[in-house]
Ligand binder design. Structure first.
Ligand code: GLA
Length: 382
């Protein structure tokens, strides 16, 4: 559904003319579970987006409706909830709540949401709805926030209102991604660099169609394990603030004094940060096989050290190895299901997509969704 169609639907529902804001989902090429360790990531925005149409109302209500779900939510602006209630509207209302807490009062408004980012696939449908909602609400309340500030607002919504301790990656790239480019982000300083991805490759995203139950609990547990690692390491190196400040050599020196699980988690993060730095050089130099090799290493590390992969993701990654045009690939996002991302020569992308779908279905018994993507632009108004 394009903006003109959404405008018409909005006019039919609310009887006024809306403005439309649009924010994309993302896929992460390299740098997994590094963002909340103040490290480096390299995601890009993808062509699936969420659109939010908004118009002011004369009362003190926020009325939120979606094209995908039938419930309509009404909130009293003078009595907004303090926490999410577990529905999709949390991502809209949570942003309004966080804006209010920052001192930006939102006037009454009607919002209509249309999401096209696959839900539950690990492609950040939640970041997309948060960012589009934030831009929409800001357009009415006049808050002057830069895009990195919008990303931080949306991350805070997740952390405080939803209760997910996520890092900044998804919201940041949804705001600032650029077509044809990967975004190399320093999650400590929020400095970033756009690195062109050659036209000769496509990003083939393969959805395993599974999301294992324990995913969000395990995510928070991994964060705690990383924090535990930092705490241990500061005994010997008081200057360390986050795993970002640790080198592989430093870590190896203290292996014997660390619980085995904590050591493995830390080793993944520390080496993954190095891989992102190397990967940025490879991609800039057009060395796609070099970059692909780092993606493979990343998958192995996520599987064996960070332990956030699962059988379906491993099967999808293994099948890719035998196909033509494959430069490299790995699981992408938080893990325990969701998608793999594959760097595939453009000329082979169609046949790669067809074959991986067929073979995955034969082995796992589920038909996967496969998308041939290129990096897309971040959030827009209009
Ligand atoms: C999820 C989170 C991100 C990041 C990834 C893992 O997508 O939202 O902040 O931590 O997991 O890299």
């Amino acid at each position: 559904m394009n903006s003109a169609q959404l405008t018409r639907r909005f006019e039919d529902s609310f009887g006024s003319k809306p403005r439309i804001f649009c924010a994309p989902g993302r896929v992460n090429l390299l740098g997994e579970h590094t963002d909340y360790n103040e490290g480096f990531v390299m995601p890009c925005a993808i062509g699936f987006s969420t659109r939010v149409a908004i118009a002011p109302r004369s009362d003190r209500k926020l009325v939120v409706q979606s094209e995908e779900f039938s419930e309509k939510f009404e909130f009293d602006l003078d009595n907004l909830p303090g926490r999410g209630s577990g529905t999709w509207s949390d991502y809209v209302i949570g942003v309004a709540v966080m804006l209010q807490r920052m001192g930006h009062q939102t006037p009454g408004a009607s919002l209509l949401v249309r999401g096209e980012v696959p839900i539950g696939a690990g492609l950040s449908s939640s970041a997309a709805i948060e960012v589009a909602s934030a831009l929409a609400l800001i357009s009415l309340n006049g808050a002057k926030l830069s895009l990195p500030e919008v990303a931080k607002l949306c991350q805070k919504t997740e952390n405080v209102f939803i209760g997910a301790r996520v890092g900044i990656m998804d919201q940041f790239v949804s705001c600032l991604g650029k077509a044809g480019h990967a975004l190399l982000l320093d999650c400590r300083s929020l400095e970033f660099k756009l690195i062109p991805i050659q036209e000769s490759v496509r990003l083939v995203i393969c959805n395993t169609m599974v999301k294992h139950e324990h995913a969000s609990g395990a995510y928070n547990r991994r964060r705690e394990e990383c924090d535990e690692g930092v705490k241990l390491l500061t005994q010997w190196h008081p200057e360390i603030r986050a795993l970002r400040d640790v080198s592989v050599e430093q870590l190896e020196r203290h292996q014997a004094a660390m619980p085995a699980t904590i050591y493995k988690r830390c080793l993944h993060v520390v080496a993954e940060n190095q891989r992102v730095q190397e990967g940025a050089k490879d991609l800039s130099a057009g060395d796609l096989d070099g970059f692909g090799g780092l993606m493979r290493q990343s998958h192995h590390s996520l599987r064996d050290l960070f332990e956030v992969s699962c059988r379906e993701l491993d099967v999808m990654v293994e099948i890719a190895e035998s196909l033509n045009g494959y430069c490299g690939g790995r699981m992408t996002g938080g893990g325990f299901g969701g998608c793999t991302v594959n760097l595939v020569r453009t000329a082979d992308a169609e046949s790669f997509a067809g074959q991986i779908a067929e073979r995955y279905q034969t082995v796992v018994g589920i038909k996967p969704d496969v998308y041939i993507c290129a990096a897309a632009d971040g959030a827009t108004a209009g």
